[in-house]
Design a protein. Structure first.
Length: 406
């Protein structure tokens, strides 16, 4: 009996094992048809997007440079004092990006100052008692604005009142004005060498050397570059200064010129700081700009002048910025679909394909209007119905996601 029980138990275990093996085989062993079906790409599905009710804008993106109304390069003139043998930078009182003010000493060359004053005319000659002209009137106005009155001097005539104002300006900055007699002293005169006394005449009063003043048209003022180094020879381009509100000058290609007009809105974006500002187109050049030479980038195209709505931050000065010009805009909200939803049938009619909640599709004939920002305005034709929120077909997902081989 014990032997029969053992034999019966073995048969039962074997039967169970065979049944389990058969079941496992059905899991891991597949027919060729089943294997092919599982490896095939899933069926294609359509991609849809909603019909929107929105304002359309046609935009043009280009680049622009932020510059001031006036840019002045300061280069050394001859020594102010003829007794000075060399032009050496002895002080630098500004730095790149610094804001400036009228009346400020910018730097010092061989112990003599360079002072910023307000004016449109560049300094081109020495001014002293007896000088007359528009440049004298400009100097007088600049002195008066700084609080140094010129007394009874007539406008445009350098007299005793202007002399007193010049002396006060220099002394308040820690310098003595040069006198006409020192300015005219031969450079060969040794320091300490006695010269005959000069009577108080036009030839011995204070003088404003052309090398000691720089006239800038309007504020705000800023320093763009500083090449002057204390102790070094006063070489070319000691400083580059800019004056006036910052503006933007961009360029558009010939085929884009007709899209840009005065008054259009512009978005000004600095990729350096991430700051954004707005402005408007002031003008578009009638003729293309000449390409830059000497290895400089070729700007080309037609210059577009942009005026910011508000004063740009000083950090924008000298930057290359992105300009997005609003070339056209719809009057209020319109019915719009992604441009990929528009199709033309064999009959030449323009339509969109609408997919309903039950995934059923039907064509809606439309007339297209303006386009912008990747959307197209659509107007349903005849009795066709199309409304915001409807889903329109814009493509298929391809359905061809490859499965990794087993």
């Amino acid at each position: 009996m014990a032997r029969r029980r053992r034999v019966l138990g073995g048969l039962l275990v074997g039967t169970i094992g065979l049944a389990a093996g058969g079941l496992g085989a059905t899991v891991f062993i597949k027919s060729p048809a089943q294997a092919a079906a599982e490896k095939a790409a899933p069926p294609q599905d359509v991609l849809t997007a909603p019909v929107e009710h929105r304002v359309l804008s046609d935009t043009l993106v280009t680049r622009g440079s932020v510059t001031a109304a006036q840019t002045v390069t300061v280069s050394p003139g001859g020594p102010s004092d003829k007794s000075i043998a060399r032009s050496v930078v002895t002080k630098v009182r500004t730095k790149k990006g610094a804001s400036l003010s009228f009346g400020q000493v910018l730097l010092e060359v061989s112990g003599r100052p360079l002072i910023a004053l307000r004016g449109d005319l560049p300094s081109y000659r020495d001014l002293q008692r007896g000088s007359q002209g528009d440049d004298v009137a400009q100097l007088q106005k600049a002195l008066t604005e700084l609080g140094y009155g010129i007394g009874a001097d007539r406008r445009g005539t350098f007299g005793a009142g202007t002399e007193q104002a010049v002396t006060a300006l220099y002394q308040s900055r820690g310098y003595a004005p040069l006198s006409a007699s020192v300015r005219a002293q031969p450079s060969g005169t040794e320091a300490g060498e006695k010269t005959p006394p000069t009577p108080r005449t036009a030839a011995s009063g204070p003088v404003v050397p052309s090398a000691e003043v720089v006239f800038l048209s309007s504020g705000p003022l800023r320093t763009d570059t500083v090449n002057a180094v204390v102790g070094k020879e006063a070489g070319d381009k000691l400083l580059t200064l800019s004056a006036g509100r910052l503006g933007v000058r961009g360029f558009v290609a010939a085929h884009e010129k007709g899209l840009v007009h005065a008054g259009q809105k512009v978005e000004i974006f600095s990729e350096v700081s991430g700051e954004q500002a707005t402005g408007s187109v002031v003008s578009v050049a009638d003729a293309p700009a000449e390409a830059k030479k000497d290895g400089a980038p070729d700007q080309g195209g037609y210059a577009v002048t942009v005026k910011p709505d508000r004063a740009l931050p000083e950090a924008f000065s000298g930057q290359d910025v992105r300009l997005t010009i609003e070339a056209a805009t719809s009057k209020g909200k319109v019915l719009a679909v992604p441009s990929a939803a528009i199709s033309a049938g064999a009959d030449g009619r323009t339509s969109v394909t609408v997919q309903g909640p039950d995934r059923a599709q039907h064509r809606v004939e439309v007339r297209t209007g303006m386009s912008g920002d990747g959307f197209v305005q659509v107007i349903p034709q005849a009795s066709a119905h199309l409304a915001a929120g409807d889903r329109v077909v814009v493509g298929t997902d391809g359905g061809a996601r490859k499965q990794s081989p087993e």
